[in-house]
Design a protein around this ligand. Structure first.
Ligand SMILES: *Cc1c(COP(=O)(O)O)cnc(C)c1O
Length: 381
């Protein structure tokens, strides 16, 4: 394999000299201005105009009816699962090939993840794998709930993830989830700016979570958002993320256990500035993707591209090498050259906390785990 050509292609885009990070944040808008405005106002904490504006902006960008700000993507996903009605000892179908936060959020409730396979082309949960599992391993109880026949536990929700911003087959999965009475919670943490047809990722399932962590397409330092078209769910999400306080001019009365999960105004100030330049950021990232898609196949490298009918945000550009040995050799070569590259995550079922979770064959997940590498994908200034 021509590793030097890959590194050259990266350097042609990001610069001949110096260290090239995998993904650095880009502050090219009103970030400083809004942060100063926020500090001057004294409203730096969990109440303030930027938080409200952030929620409005998220509705506009995604086309969702409601958006609720959260302290981070993991908290947003945890809350989305609570709102979806997931309870202790329920099971939640997800993918083994994901960032650990997906599985952690499920575990916070005391629910059990079931890890199924992904599609090779989307890197996201495979509707066929889900359907196969549901057909063969579950039955409906008298309340029309989906029950895992092996464990007797209820399967309440399904959490697919749009890996690296490449949209998975969400419409197909929605149909299956609706048929089996399973709530579809999209882990859209990585996919701000990614679309399936005209619909933004996160708006096709019943509820979704986004992340605004420092390594994501746009950042609020730390932050997250829940989106849903369900008004009742949206109200409950706002209420539970703000300590479950019963509204009153001065009384402190909380009628259930709530969470301190609201995004602080100072983070929202940063987020608002970042969302203003999202189109510019996406365009720049697409140019990077196009340069990889154009150059790397010439030296025999498979580059993951958005599927027909979808739009990827190209958060992290992705190549698929021929074997684990080749992957390891390339990771060593590129990182030694100051070009930061990373493998995909260890499959969730190999982590100590999730080693006893139910899985299917995970054939594609295992294949991809050995071969996927992310290339530098920051905005080029
Ligand atoms: C980043 C990420 C999260 C969590 O977001 P944080 O803001 O870091 O808590 C969840 N799921 C996936 C797939 C992610 O990539």
């Amino acid at each position: 394999m021509d590793f030097a050509s890959i590194v050259n292609t990266v350097r042609n885009r990001f610069g001949k000299e110096g260290f090239i990070p995998l993904h650095a944040p880009y502050f090219g808008g009103n970030e400083k201005e809004y942060l100063i405005e926020c500090i001057d106002s004294t409203f730096v904490s969990s109440v303030g105009p930027f938080v409200d504006r952030f929620e409005k902006d998220m509705c506009e960008i995604t086309g969702s009816k409601f958006a609720i700000a959260a302290v981070n993507g993991t908290a947003a996903l945890h809350m989305a699962l609570i709102i979806a009605g997931v309870e202790q000892n329920d099971e939640v179908i997800s993918q083994a090939l994901t960032f650990v936060a997906t599985a952690n959020a499920i575990s916070y409730i005391g629910a059990l993840p079931v890890f199924l396979d992904v599609d090779k082309d989307t890197l996201g949960l495979s509707p066929n794998a889900v359907l196969h599992f549901l057909k063969n391993e579950t039955h409906q109880n008298e309340k029309n709930e989906c029950i895992n026949s092996k464990t007797g536990n209820r399967i309440k929700a399904c959490v697919p993830m749009h890996t690296f911003g490449f949209p998975m087959r969400i419409n197909e999965l929605l149909e299956i989830c609706n048929q089996y009475n399973i709530v579809l919670v999209e882990d859209a943490a990585e996919s701000l700016g990614s679309y399936v047809g005209e619909k933004h990722t996160g708006t096709i399932g019943h509820i979704a979570a986004f992340s605004f962590n420092g390594n994501k397409t746009v950042t609020s330092g730390g932050g997250g958002a829940i989106i849903t078209n369900n008004e009742e769910w949206a109200k409950r999400a706002k209420y539970l993320t703000t300590t479950a306080k019963v509204p009153h001019a001065w009384d402190f009365f909380h009628d259930e256990i709530g969470y301190n999960y609201r995004m602080p105004n100072i983070n929202a100030a940063l987020a608002c500035a970042q969302l203003e330049i999202l189109p510019k950021i996406l365009e720049n990232k697409r140019e990077t993707a196009n340069s990889y898609l154009q150059e790397l196949p010439k030296v025999g490298i498979h580059v993951v591209a958005e599927r027909e009918g979808t739009k990827a945000n190209y958060w992290l550009n992705t190549i698929v090498l021929d074997s684990k040995d080749e992957r390891d050799a390339f990771l060593k070569f590129s990182n030694e050259q100051g070009v930061m590259t990373r493998p995909i995550w260890t499959l969730m079922n190999r982590l100590p906390a999730f080693k006893d979770c139910q899985t299917d064959s995970l054939e594609n997940s295992i294949w991809l785990e050995d071969r996927v590498v992310n290339l530098p994908s920051s905005v080029v200034k």
